[in-house]
Design a protein around this ligand. Structure first.
Ligand code: FE2
Ligand code: FE2
Length: 201
């Protein structure tokens, strides 16, 4: 059996640092998209992006805690962690597609590779966390793909067949190909109506 690598000198420490930084930036970018949704009266979508931002900050906290649980010594002064990081465009619809691609890279390539390194360096608990977070990033990818498709085809609030639409503000339900605009009960904008996503459950 291979010897456990000293954490302070391990690649896993660097990978956790990169992942922490990347998750913080993802969290910020989803907040920016949430603001763009707000500007377009897409309240339900705004809430969806706020929840994505919350997930990313929770991932950042997991990585932060793992660093501090394993690092020997009190002060980490500086970490050299140069890495390529995607800066998606600022176009509302296109940026969502770019984010779905970035999420796919995290779930399929980057975090599985970091998990493998953690295992090789003797950190199975860190390997496990990388694998778990990869599953969440895969859900993010699926969600973003669907949001992007609906926006691109202008079918965010249009369905081929009649479906039930529910107002997230007042709970009013309406069965049709489109939700009523504004809501007949609370008179809030169409953007408050819930959008259904297929997450493969
Ligand atoms: Fe994340
Ligand atoms: Fe994510």
């Amino acid at each position: 059996m291979k010897e456990k690598v000293n954490f302070n000198e391990s690649q896993t420490f660097v990978n956790l640092s990169k992942s922490f930084a990347s998750e913080c930036m993802e969290g910020a970018k989803y907040q920016f998209i949430a603001s763009q949704c707000e500007n377009q009266n897409l309240d339900f979508l705004k809430t969806t992006f706020k929840s994505l931002a919350k997930h990313e900050m929770a991932h950042a906290k997991v990585f932060w805690d793992l660093i501090h649980q394993n690092y020997e010594g009190d002060i980490i002064e500086n970490v050299d962690m140069s890495f390529g990081y995607p800066l998606e465009c600022d176009d509302f619809v296109q940026s969502i597609e770019c984010h779905s691609v970035s999420e796919g890279k995290l779930s399929d390539n980057i975090y599985p590779a970091f998990a493998k390194t953690a295992k090789e360096e003797g950190y199975p608990e860190i390997e496990h966390k990388f694998k778990l977070i990869a599953t969440v990033e895969n859900c993010h990818r699926m969600l973003l793909e669907q949001i992007h498709n609906k926006l691109k085809t202008k079918k965010l609030y249009k369905s081929e067949i009649k479906q039930k639409w529910k107002c997230s503000k007042c709970g009013f339900e309406h069965t049709a190909k489109e939700p009523p605009a504004p809501c007949p009960l609370c008179e809030y904008d169409k953007g408050y109506y819930e959008i259904k996503f297929d997450m493969g459950e």
